[in-house]
Design a protein around this ligand. Sequence first.
Ligand code: AMP
Length: 121
Amino acid sequence: MSYDNQNIFARILRGEIPCDKVYENEWALAFHDIAPQAPTHILVIPKGQYISMEDFSSNASDSEIVGYFRAIGAVARQAGATADGYRILANHGKNAHQEVPHLHTHIFAGRDLGGMLGRPK
Ligand code: AMP
């Protein structure tokens, strides 16, 4: 599977469509999820063209990986999520219901997030 540069997050990175930005560094951009599932629901995306964590962990440079993961931590701290706790989640592929084919890490916080996985339908 090759990277689709028309996916919605690629378009956000190019400034073609807006986002509610909360953080940016050289390697990452973070913005509020458009359909939040918790009081705090932020997406952190790498600026490089990576489809998923599988693609990113295999092909990104060390500085991209460090910059991206430092951004995730910084966003959680900036959101005030560290004291009461938060969850990070990155979906890869069909079984995980990945909707947007550009790597994104969800940060959920602001309420009791319950158990780790939902039950199968
Ligand atoms: P996933 O299932 O992990 O691929 O999640 C994709 C997420 O992207 C969902 O939580 C959507 O609500 C979110 N999303 C889709 N389009 C936008 C957008 N334009 N701005 C912010 N979040 C979006």
